[in-house]
Design a protein around this ligand. Structure first.
Ligand SMILES: [Zn+2]
Length: 475
């Protein structure tokens, strides 16, 4: 019965900006400091303390807007969003309501070979709240995160499935990391996602009543939460019930969404202009300057990998999964005339090591420096070494820290391209193994593999496999 319905999904993504200090004071933003050590009268909301806007935070928010093809507002302003909660010492959050910094952008995604653009309604700046820590003895509050600069990226309700939501979040995250806006670590809370979802009959234009799933903390869980909530709402409707506007949370343990609170009426935050900060204008020259500083984004890099390096779209997508891996590849690709081979070696031999390195340490410490990857591609492209020697060399580089050319020289690993020499070795193997060649002539294809293997062993893996294969077939 689900085929009758479609999901209408919009995402609100909060991203912590990568600044050294908070957005309205000079307290540091380090993650993991002792509770309530990164605080001051401004971020604690003490009477009389006045906020000063962090210029770097504004620049990073503009970067985020430019990277997602938003329009940057000429005039922007901060507003007070008033509500009471213990993690908010001022009892209001400084946010942006009427005049967001960026609006009307979009992110292009591809799902099942189909291209689609997910619109971005707006990106506005705001400050983070503190953190409540619940324990058996009661609830404690850590105000370190109060005043950490955030942007909220609000998408249009253009998303129709969990697959599209995951593709959008993956691409958005990539773009923001490439642009240097944030490290977007969902596991550390520097990127968080709220899901708004409603269902309607296919083809209907009116929107159904929507629910909001708060603070889902991984892209995979966003997918699961959407799949569950879509089915839940359909079941409610099919049973003659009604979907209520409510806030729900996703439980990782049971894979379900659970009711947190009903939204009886629209929340009234009594927004009003922040009197302690003046509205300001962003000049055209400032926007151009930030645009010039913007690093090359993943879509552009994928295009270049295809056009200049001959790398397939699928491979380019894998290599651009992280900016550090893309930078590493590009250095190697530009240092060899065989960039596509550099991509192949990277993907088959090095990718898992590099991925682990960026995921665990957020830095790249490759066992094979990019200049050595370029050299490997050149050695292989010029047929100085074959593919099994490339594998061997990668292990040797990691162990000895010496360049592949030196290793080839030192250990005599150069590929044997001399046809006569290879033919002699093949003859020798056949003379020693008459049964194998008889088997092969009787149609046993595996016997050929065995013979080739023996020749490779006799030449310490150095025979050119293409030449060997050719000689064998023309015997
Ligand atoms: Zn402070």
């Amino acid at each position: 019965m689900t085929e009758k319905y479609e999901a209408v999904i919009g995402l609100e993504v909060h991203v912590e900006l990568d600044t050294a200090s908070k957005v309205f004071c000079s307290c540091p933003t380090d993650f993991g400091a002792l509770p309530n050590t990164n605080v001051c009268p401004v971020c604690m909301g003490l009477p009389g303390a006045l906020p000063t806007l962090n210029r770097r935070a504004v620049e990073l928010a503009i970067r985020a807007g430019l990277a997602t093809e938003c329009e940057i507002a000429r005039y922007t302003r901060f507003d007070r969003k008033n509500y009471f909660y213990p993690d908010l010492p001022k009892a209001y959050q400084i946010s942006q309501f009427e005049y967001p910094l960026c609006s009307r952008g979009g992110v292009d995604i591809e799902v099942d070979g189909k291209q689609k653009r997910i619109g971005i309604t707006r990106i506005h700046m705001e400050e983070d709240a503190g953190k409540l820590i619940h324990s058996e003895d009661g609830t404690m509050i850590d105000y370190n995160r109060c005043g950490v600069p955030l942007i909220e990226i609000v998408s249009e309700p253009d998303i129709r499935s969990s697959a599209e939501a995951k593709a959008y979040l993956t691409e958005l995250r990539k773009i923001l990391i490439y642009a240097g806006v944030s490290d977007c670590r969902m596991d550390k809370g520097s990127m968080r996602c709220d899901v708004n979802l409603s269902v309607r009959l296919n083809g209907a234009s009116a929107m159904g009543e929507r629910t909001e799933i708060k603070n889902v903390n991984s892209i995979a869980f966003v997918g699961k939460a959407i799949d569950y909530e879509f089915q839940r709402q359909i079941a409610v409707i099919e049973q003659g019930g009604e979907v209520f506007p409510e806030t729900r949370r996703f439980d990782e343990a049971d894979g379900k969404t659970h009711l947190m609170r009903r939204k009886e009426s629209a929340a009234d935050y009594r927004f009003f202009p922040e009197p302690d900060l003046v509205g300001f204008e962003v000049g055209e020259d400032k926007i151009s300057e930030i645009k010039r500083e913007l690093p090359m984004l993943p879509a552009e890099r994928r295009r270049i990998y295809g056009e200049q390096f001959g790398v397939s779209a699928t491979d380019a997508n894998i290599i651009t999964s992280h900016v550090l891996i893309a930078d590493y590849f590009e250095k190697a690709a530009r240092a060899t005339v065989y960039p596509r081979l550099a991509a192949n070696i990277l993907l088959t031999e090095l990718m898992s090591e590099l991925t682990d390195s960026v995921n665990e340490k957020n830095t790249l410490e490759p066992s094979v420096p990019s200049s050595y990857l370029a050299e490997l591609a050149t050695l292989y492209g010029e047929q100085t070494v074959n593919s099994s020697t490339v594998k061997k060399l990668i292990k040797m580089i990691a162990a000895e820290g010496v360049s592949p050319s030196e290793l080839v020289e030192k250990y005599g690993l150069a590929q044997i391209n001399d046809g006569e020499y290879i033919a002699c070795e093949l003859d020798a193997v056949i003379k020693e193994n008459p049964k194998l060649i008889t088997d092969y002539r009787n149609g046993k294809l595996a016997a050929k593999k065995a013979i080739i293997g023996k020749v490779m062993a006799r030449t310490a893996g150095r025979a050119n496999p293409l030449i060997l294969n050719d000689i064998f077939d023309n015997m």
